[in-house]
Design a protein around this ligand. Structure first.
Ligand SMILES: [Zn+2]
Length: 180
């Protein structure tokens, strides 16, 4: 449906328009057909200048900028830690497509969301993923992704969300956009 059908000798536009209408109808009816269109649309959008705090009930004045702070094994902190009670909902900061619902050794239970402008939003140390959250799912800003916890290398720390934003060139600091 990306390329127009070959031009017919008759020159009649009706079949072309009919095919186009069918393609649109199919894309609306079948989410899996819509996804590539939506990803292209997302990529064409500018990354948002400001972002809502992605933990329910936490306000910008409660945040601290710990970007670049030293971490274990010579790493530096590539994100922000947002502290809240265990079980507090973690919500998507942007609209987007879920790229990964999974687990890794540092992040524990994590969710990655492809947002506007090809930025990947990374939510880590979740206590649990949201029920039925799945790769490829479309989310809106404010949709619940999981809950605040201490999974991964956050074991033994106060419960918090580690929130990171990645662009093609690497990680960028979320803080200035969360607390403008
Ligand atoms: Zn962190």
């Amino acid at each position: 449906m990306d390329s127009p059908p070959p031009r017919r000798r008759s020159g009649c536009l009706v079949p072309v328009l009919l095919l186009a209408a069918l393609a649109v109808a199919a894309a609306v009816a079948v989410p899996s057909l819509r996804r590539p269109l939506y990803l292209a649309e997302l990529a064409s959008l500018a990354p948002p200048d400001t972002l809502p705090v992605p933990v329910a009930g936490v306000t910008p004045p409660q945040l601290a900028d710990t970007w670049g702070a030293p971490r274990s094994n010579g790493r530096t902190h590539e994100g922000i830690d947002i502290f809240a009670d265990r079980g507090t909902p973690v919500v998507s900061a942007t609209e987007g497509v879920v790229l990964g619902v999974g687990t890794n050794s540092l992040g524990g239970n994590v969710v990655r969301v492809m947002g506007p402008g090809r930025e990947v939003h990374y939510y880590a140390h979740l206590d649990a993923h949201a029920d039925e959250l799945a790769d490829g799912q479309r989310v809106m800003a404010g949709d619940t992704l999981g809950t605040v916890g201490t999974s991964g290398n956050a074991a033994g720390t106060p419960p918090h969300l580690h929130y990171g934003i990645y662009r093609a060139g690497g990680a960028v600091n979320p803080y200035p956009r969360l607390a403008p």
